[in-house]
Design a binder for this molecule. Sequence first.
Ligand code: BES
Ligand code: MN
Ligand code: ZN
Length: 482
Amino acid sequence: MKITSVPQAAKTDAVVILATKKTDWKKLKVIHRNDINIITSNLKNDIKNFILQGGKVPVVIAIAEDKKEINKTNEAIRKAGNAVCGIANRYKIRTLTVTNESGIAGAHFPFTEGLAMSNYQFIKYRKDEKKTANTLREIKLLTKDSSKTEVTKLQTIIEAIYMVRDLVNEPVNHLNATQLAEAIKAAGVTAGYTTTIFNKKKIEELKMGGLLSVNQGSIDPPTFSIMEYNPANAVNKQPIVLVGKGVVYDTGGLSLKPTANSMDYMKCDMGGAATITGALYIAAKTGLPLHIIGLVPSTDNRLNGNAFAPGDIIDMYDGSTVEMLNSDAEGRMILADALAFAKQYKPELVIDVATLTGAAHRALGDFAIAYMGTADAQKKNQLEESGHEVYERLVGFPLWDEYGDLLKSDIADMKNVGGALAGHITAGKFLEKFTDYPWLHLDIAGIAFFQTNQGYKGKHASAFGVRLLFRFLEKLATTNNG
Ligand code: BES
Ligand code: MN
Ligand code: ZN
């Protein structure tokens, strides 16, 4: 999707008018006077998004609802963008120029975001790709109310979201750990961050036992990718480190996933890796003045004769031992090594993002990220605030000692599972053991990949968390004083 800015709408392009019920329609020259009756009757019937075809070009009306609270208003406007996406493609429109007549300052930005996010498709494996493809290709904003920087930022955010969704939608037979690492590297070439990829030999030399144990059952080698974006004008002395779970497929291993369909979408288990890559992509491409490092441990979790077995004691990268009692709790095994690896950077903050537990999804459903961590209250507030702003909201959970007690092992330093209750918290407690710096853990299981259509968030890969992470990084860049 191309997002550009133009001084005025081209004579032949369809336009969107972002309006309110109080808009003075007669003043808008692009609307044919015969269409005014249609508007009045639609509004009476509470129809808020519709097309008018009486004039020289199609005019799409989108009523922006003022919800009295800016974040809720913006979210309603993103949803209007979703409705207009449907209309535009139904009428085979290629280009839309968005004009903001709503009186809500900047409303065209969330609108365009919702519209562009909705237009995403993953149909490259379909014979009828051309026929099924959306016609909408370009959204134009007016230069008078959109600066170049704002337009470029929005374009970059959309690029990142499409890339993240593509990566998550790609099945394991097209995206193994090596291919994921290559994709991460390729994104860096476009965006402007560097990537170092550790292969299996290097991972063995480093004794990353957590990652290697999960990889034992695989026929493909693991990878460990390190992204780095360090601009000359970085405001932070110590880097921000992002860690993403890169399990390219999760069968559960020998603790095989039980229910009929629980494995069907486990290609999404590298959602965390894709999310942090997306955030780094936006940061680097828009030149955010922040030193950021990204770490992605990656493998699939399968089973063969050599697969790690419940009861195994694993020597982790940090030198501790883990009694592995459930091979389906594999994410924490590979993240533990990455979190321990992050210590060498003496980071200001580490954020890990992972499709880690069904418990997190059960706790909050499709609408929020479960998070926890040891970072200070200011950082947690900034994170939650970012969540409300982009409407990828989070709910904080505690890291009380009692949850950690559930991980005690008789024969090793820790077990990798803590029992049936509060599984997202015991997973968090497990990870905490491998940190010695301010840390935040975001569990995106269930929301990285939706099985039903969630409006502009899409069906299947959602890229939920990408806009959140970038917004949070922006805040860190503006409030950081070294
Ligand atoms: N990848 C899964 C979590 C998941 C669930 C992701 C649903 C996406 C959608 C993770 O590796 C897992 O299997 N977690 C287990 C942990 C348990 C064995 C302690 C779970 O949540 O059941
Ligand atoms: Mn698992
Ligand atoms: Zn998993």
